[in-house]
Design a protein around this ligand. Structure first.
Ligand code: HEM
Length: 125
């Protein structure tokens, strides 16, 4: 197939989408694209979470459940759908999650991307 950009993808090719680069693309999200800013307005036609949930006919059907929906000015925070991931992170902070001083995080050696393979934490007081 040939993309709108003119790039041709031959049959059988493996296509890897570099989410790390795409979701921080300054051309789409501005010069501070690398900063965490959930309130940053996305340009028309671009999802606020970039391509994290895919696109097209196989786009993730659980994206609202997982990541929540974008709040409007009149949104009631107590009933708003913030998403499972947000809820899990909030709950971790409520129970005092912190890095385990005896277990330094280890990079995931199975990928060239800067992901953690192991990130030990402590909970509670
Ligand atoms: C942070 C959490 C999640 C991420 C990052 C994520 C990401 C994705 C991505 C990238 C795809 C597209 C895969 C492709 O193009 O083939 C996808 C598809 C899908 N996701 Fe998720 N997802 C998440 C959570 C969920 C949840 C909570 C559900 C269900 C409640 C769900 C259900 C699905 C289903 C059924 C598909 C397949 C859709 C199709 O092929 O038509 N996902 N997800």
């Amino acid at each position: 197939m040939t993309l709108r950009s003119g790039v041709h993808i031959p049959e059988g090719a493996t296509v890897v989408i570099d989410l790390q680069a795409l979701n921080r693309d300054p051309e789409l999200f501005g010069p501070d694209a690398a900063d965490f800013d959930p309130s940053r307005p996305a340009p028309p036609g671009v999802a606020p979470f970039g391509l994290s949930f895919g696109a097209g006919v196989h786009v993730c059907i659980g994206q609202d459940l997982a990541a929540g929906v974008v709040a409007r000015p009149d949104t009631d925070p107590s009933t708003h759908l913030h998403g499972l991931v947000t809820g899990a992170v909030q709950q971790l902070f409520r129970v005092g999650v912190r890095r385990d001083p005896d277990g330094p995080p280890q990079p995931d050696t199975a990928t060239a991307r800067p992901y953690w393979g192991r990130y030990p934490v402590l909970l509670g007081g």
